[in-house]
Design a protein around this ligand. Structure first.
Ligand code: PHE
Length: 672
């Protein structure tokens, strides 16, 4: 298939692209999301699902998005359209979810802008931060400062009035993002030379400072000592996987769009690995910085006779960045300066993630409609800012948490990621993308990559999806109503947003675009269809498996229990169907032949059946698992296991990075 020759803007250099992608990946999610998720879901134990997700799903999918974006040279919707007209909506779906993020992400950046302002105020006031206070009352001070003085927060789904003190910071954020991207990616590739290394450096400084504080080890106990029982909870896995997607900016069309601006000859595979590792390092160092500092705070307060433990301050979500950490800093010398560094780090980390989403929405619209960038961008920024007003109301922060949970949970990206793999794996010639990536990369992807996109990743994401589904909607659960029978407004609105995304996406994809991009693979239709009988056979097997699953689910409580013979039979049938379909896809998907559609669908249904069966089994196994909610960690020493974990993480990072750089350098030598 010949690439359409055309002039598309490109990044200046390899460094420009890698930095921009790292800039998008590394953001508030790393410094604000990762540490508290790790803390809440099992400490060191959380790293197991996280690292698994990063290497088995994150990096392979990053390669998938890079390859598709680079191959088609289009932003998400048109990129998908080029693999088949009907697939365009997937791109829009991601973009719409991205748009939802872009309504609230800048709001958090706006908080950071304000808090940076408060830190400067503190410096001017001779070192006293507005939330300063000692002992446990000091924690209350910090809480009150954030939620009352600053946010004027009110309870419940009510919105209250718009906080006027947040308007200017929000405006500043949007204006800054606007000026970063208004000139296109050439300018972006210059800006990221500042917004990526700078916060990285500041994070290292924060970490070193934290680790040299007395008592820091005690903080790391909270971060690293594993609570293994948390692994039995679906939410642990859900959060680990969701965090990887969010952190790598996957499934929102961002990485795809960035890769569409890549130079024709640039590397794909190695860049993806480097970006994934860089993101992981940043998260981990952020965690060390935060918890070491909290440990230092615990030590200082204990010395002063009014002990405040790490567990007294750590709190999920925004509280960590805007209450716990500012409080901890206020206990330590040089408070306002460190606070300034911290919030400035957050802003520089977040801004390039923020504008990457804006860019992906923008490029999607521009590629489809052919409208001018200089008109779409200001309009879009205004609309984004307008929606942002919703979150700067008194009730805004709780809504922000809810919407974020939906977008980054099962219903948002996990599902979209699943769809992405299934569609590109089974309904498109994935081999084309592998060849495309390999032709220009420092190292080569084996066939395993095709199988992981087609089978492995969908089964994992599918299992996760159904596991949470059974969890949320299982017997005795009412997702839309509270215990008291009242409608749960948060869940209703969240679900409505989630459900609106695909509908809007389909509408967008039906609108006729300015360019006819869909011709790209139309030659597929004229091909000879092969392996019809094998395809039908596999399909029948999945149908029988489906019947068995449904009947088992209806008549027995042992649904999914693998020791049940019927479930075992269904599993065997589904696996056999996957193997047959996979063989058919491999063998008959060439430039002149097309495998029977039955085979594709048998593969898709088969993977979903396997997921459902595994999920059912997990529900049963973990139902009775006792999960200790809180584990006291009042020890001053890191356990041996934690040292092993720490060592293993650094090994992975150092070995991984060295390998990537070695590959990059040795290919350069070959070419010379
Ligand atoms: N990856 C970014 C972060 O970790 C957030 C982001 C999500 C950016 C989706 C772009 C798209 O903060």
């Amino acid at each position: 298939m010949e690439m359409l020759e055309e002039q598309r803007e490109t990044w200046g250099s390899r460094g420009g692209f890698v930095l921009a992608a790292v800039g998008s990946a590394v953001g508030l999610g790393n410094l604000w999301g990762f540490p508290y998720k790790l803390y809440s879901y099992g400490g060191g134990a959380f790293l197991i699902p996280y690292i698994l997700a990063m290497f088995c799903i994150g990096i392979p999918m990053l390669i998938l998005e890079f390859s598709l974006g680079h191959f088609t040279q289009r932003a998400a919707p048109n990129a998908y359209a080029r693999t088949g007209r009907k697939k365009e909506f997937i791109g829009w779906w991601g973009i719409i979810l991205g748009f939802v993020i872009i309504t609230y992400y800048p709001v958090i950046l706006a908080y950071c802008v304000s808090f940076m302002g408060f830190s400067i105020q503190g410096i001017i006031n001779g070192g006293k931060l507005p939330w300063a206070g000692t002992g446990i009352e000091g924690v209350e001070n910090a809480k009150t400062f954030f939620s009352q003085t600053y946010l004027g927060a009110i309870d419940g789904p009510a919105l209250g009035s718009i906080r006027t003190n947040l308007i200017i910071p929000l405006l500043i954020t949007w204006v800054a993002m606007y000026f970063c991207i208004f000139r296109g990616v050439k300018l972006v590739s210059k800006i990221v030379w500042l917004t990526v290394p700078l916060p990285g450096l500041m994070l290292v400084v924060l970490a070193v400072r934290g680790l040299t504080l007395e008592g820091s080890m005690q903080g790391l106990v909270y971060f690293l000592d594993p609570v293994w029982s948390q692994l039995a909870k679906p939410s642990t896995w859900r959060f680990a996987f969701g965090q990887v997607f969010f952190s790598l900016s996957l499934a929102f069309g961002v990485m795809l769009t960035y890769a569409s601006f890549l130079h024709r000859k640039s590397d794909i595979n190695n860049n993806a690995a480097i970006i994934g590792l860089a993101d992981f390092v940043t998260s981990f160092i952020a965690g060390l910085a935060i918890f070491a500092t909290l440990g230092g705070m615990a030590f200082v307060t204990a010395q002063a006779g009014a002990a405040v433990g790490v567990e007294n301050v750590v709190d999920a979500g925004p509280g960590l960045a805007f209450v716990a950490f500012p409080y901890a800093l206020a206990q330590l010398p040089g408070a306002p300066w460190w606070s300034l560094v911290f919030f400035f780090t957050l802003i520089t980390l977040g801004i390039d993630s923020g504008f990457s989403i804006t860019e992906s929405v923008l490029a999607g619209l521009v590629d489809k409609t052919g409208w001018r960038r200089c008109i779409v961008l200001p309009v879009m920024s205004l609309v984004g800012l307008g929606f942002g007003l919703f979150y700067i109301t008194q009730g805004g922060l709780s809504w922000l948490g809810v919407i974020d949970g939906f977008i980054n949970g099962t219903w948002g990206i996990a599902f979209l990621g699943l769809l992405e793999c299934v569609v590109l794996g089974w309904l498109y010639r994935i081999e084309t993308l592998r060849e495309h990536a390999n032709e220009r990369s420092d190292w080569q992807l084996g066939k395993w990559w095709n199988y992981s996109i087609r089978i492995f990743i969908p089964i994992i994401l599918g299992t996760l999806f159904m596991w949470s589904l059974f969890d949320d909607f299982g017997p005795g659960q009412n997702f839309f109503k509270d215990a008291g029978g009242q409608w749960n407004i948060y869940n209703c609105v969240g679900m409505a947003v989630i459900a609106a995304a695909p509908v809007l996406a389909i509408i967008m994809s039906l609108i006729k675009g300015a360019q006819r991009d869909d011709d790209f693979t139309d030659s597929q239709n004229g091909l000879i269809v092969e392996a019809k009988s094998l395809g039908v056979l596999a399909f029948l097997m999945t149908v029988i498996a489906a019947v068995i699953i449904l009947v088992t689910a209806k008549f027995s409580s042992s649904f999914g229990n693998l020791s049940g013979y019927s479930a075992m039979l269904a599993m065997a049938l589904a696996i056999a169907a996957i193997i047959i379909s996979n063989y058919v896809m491999d063998r008959y998907s060439t430039k002149t032949v097309r495998p029977s559609a039955f085979a594709s669908w048998a593969g898709i249904i088969g993977t979903l059946e396997v997921s459902a069966l595994i999920a059912g089994m997990l529900v049963r196994i973990t139902r009775d698992a006792i999960v200790a909610e809180t584990v006291s960690k009042a020890s001053a020493k890191l356990s041996g296991t934690s040292y092993v974990i720490l060592g293993a993480v650094f090994m992975i990072i150092v070995v991984g990075m060295s390998w990537c750089f070695y590959k990059a350098i040795s290919r350069q030598d070959e070419e010379e």
